[in-house]
Ligand binder design. Structure first.
Ligand code: PLP
Length: 404
């Protein structure tokens, strides 16, 4: 492995500018992004954009956020060299351990950011939608921490499938509202959450869980997740002979963990690889379209009907992708590949057995790419690769037990 000794005295400064910058008042990433919402929601989006701009420029807000991430959420998360798997594959594999953050994934970075912002803007209530329940649990956690009421909208079909997460949210003091319209899943919950936001904008903040939705959400959520990439940049500088890995890999559902880690490396020579699930690969198989208030690549049929995504990992089950990823794909700065359900499952057990780390099925898609690419032209022997391990796999143990 091409590692230098870890130097705890090193003060390698994180990058100040990354190239993934402010998309301006239109919220445009090339031809993607924007704000496609009913007239009644425009003022709420504008108020949020103003609130975020002011907060993000305010050192006191940044300090409060950083302190909460450190003292509550367990940041910085470590970068772990995967020594045994590296030896087997002939590459140097580093893992950014978002699985070690409070609640077990990167989602906490974003919800703490948005909850602090909501409180600063005088809101008393958080609204959220959730499919698998992970974002709902994270929002309920942040609400409990900061004393904000939380209402989570969830399709009734998802509630049946994810009873444990419904119970978790309720334990954390959130109200879970079942949505009985449409297919009774995530997209119906999104619509219901938006509808409720229109009626309650004075008191409520709508907390979106990924780099999705109308401007300013894709930008704001990426900025709240940027901490992943900035930490990892400094940690790689300490660990690697060349300071920067050859490749940075992350799984892509909506794209928030990928955007966060990419932001720390977009101004370097590192190749950026986003891994989509085969059944929900909007960048790879989608067409330009509008979904949930923004323009991006969207899985749709010939008449523009949105197709349902189907992945083994509930967290990657989304028919669109964050607009900035669509733009990064267009410009060629990042490339996007797909992994099958089987490859993801195989990657879970390989990482578990070689490193003693049980990754989330979502994160396993990124690991699976390394397993497939190592020793090929995509990732030649001797390469260094950083995988953003977005979450831990405990939540998937039941599902894996049924599969294996
Ligand atoms: C929700 C989730 C994802 C997918 O969301 P992104 O916005 O694409 O990051 C990935 N990994 C884990 C562990 C998740 O919980």
């Amino acid at each position: 492995m091409s590692l230098t000794l870890w130097n705890p005295e090193s003060r390698s400064a994180p990058p100040r500018r990354s190239g993934m910058d402010d998309p301006g008042s239109e919220g445009r990433f090339g031809r993607f992004g924007g704000r496609f919402v009913p007239e009644s929601l425009v003022p709420a989006c504008e108020e949020l954009e103003r609130g975020f701009r002011e907060a993000w420029a305010d050192p006191a807000f940044r300090a409060a956020l950083n302190q909460t991430l450190a003292l509550y959420a367990g940041r910085p998360t470590p970068v772990t060299p995967a020594a045994r798997l590296s030896a087997e594959l002939g590459v140097t594999l580093l893992l950014k351990r978002e699985d070690l953050a409070h609640t077990g994934s990167h989602k906490i970075n974003n919800v703490i950011g948005q909850a602090l912002l909501a409180r600063r803007m005088g809101k008393t209530h958080l609204l959220a939608e959730t499919g698998a329940g992970q974002h709902g649990v994270a929002t309920a956690t942040a609400g409990a921490l900061l004393g904000l009421d939380v209402t989570v909208f969830m399709g009734e079909r998802d509630m049946e499938r994810q009873q444990l997460n419904v119970f978790r949210m309720e334990l954390l003091g959130a109200r879970v509202v079942g949505v009985s319209s449409g297919s009774r899943t995530l997209k119906d919950a999104c619509n219901e959450a938006l509808r409720n936001w229109v009626g309650a904008v004075d008191d409520a903040h709508y907390c979106i869980g990924s780099v999705l939705g109308p401007h300013p959400y894709p930008w704001m959520v990426r900025e709240f997740q940027r901490v992943i990439g900035e930490e990892a940049r400094g940690q790689c500088a300490d660990l690697l002979t060349h300071g920067v890995p050859d490749v940075v890999v992350a799984c892509v559902g909506g794209g928030s963990n990928a955007a966060g880690v990419f932001a720390g490396f977009v101004d370097t020579s590192a190749r950026l690889v986003g891994v989509e699930p085969e059944g929900g690969a909007a960048v790879t198989f989608g067409q330009p379209g509008v979904l949930h208030g923004f323009q991006s690549y969207v899985l749709q049929d010939e008449s523009g009907q949105i197709l349902e995504a189907t992945s083994i990992s509930a967290g990657l089950d989304y028919p669109g992708v964050g607009p900035e990823h669509a733009h990064l794909a267009d410009t060629g700065r990042a490339s996007y590949v797909t992994m099958s359900d089987d490859e993801a499952v195989a990657a879970v057990s390989r990482l578990a057995r070689t490193e003693g780390i049980l990754p989330a099925l979502e994160s396993a898609h990124a690991v699976a790419w390394v397993l497939r690419a190592a020793g090929t032209a995509d990732l030649p022997s001797g390469s260094t690769v950083l995988v953003n391990l977005s979450g831990r796999g405990d939540k998937d143990a039941d599902q894996l037990a049924r599969l294996m």
